[in-house]
Design a protein around this ligand. Sequence first.
Ligand SMILES: [Zn+2]
Length: 176
Amino acid sequence: MAKFTPAQGLEQSLARMVAPAVHRIGQKVEVEAKRLAPPTKRWVTMGDDRVRPTHVAAQGQVVPGNLRFTINSMDWDRKHRGVGASTYMLEPRDRTSRAIANIKNCRCTTHKDPDGIARHINTGQPVVAGKKVTVTVSVQAPQVVEAEVGTVYPGNMVADGTHFMSRAAAIVAARR
Ligand SMILES: [Zn+2]
């Protein structure tokens, strides 16, 4: 019976050899993730003295496209519409937020940034540990976990996840 004994350090040098290929796979996942990432949206007021205080406070708030803005509630909505301290709006004048006072005569708009999340997606350098090669594709941005997997707001308002990272990985894996 022949017994193969790898030369000392062979597995480690093999790992170093395949590291660039693993890195390229990571970069392909990054490309797909950037393509699939949702935009971000920013709350923009008219900026004049007629903007209600709850929307002045929301000026500049940025959230991933599948999520809701968190807006301070107005007293009337708290008394009559059963909203809590915050009202959750997909966009200005959003009726699904259940607010009435807080959407009436609102002139606010949103500004969309298609790369708001995509620009934060990066592929790390390969890390060789023993016979294992690891490449991490990561994204760090506000509420990015909720952008990926979704969330539920008070009042059982569901925001579906976009699953852009897991879909990107699945697309690249399916090509191989
Ligand atoms: Zn407004």
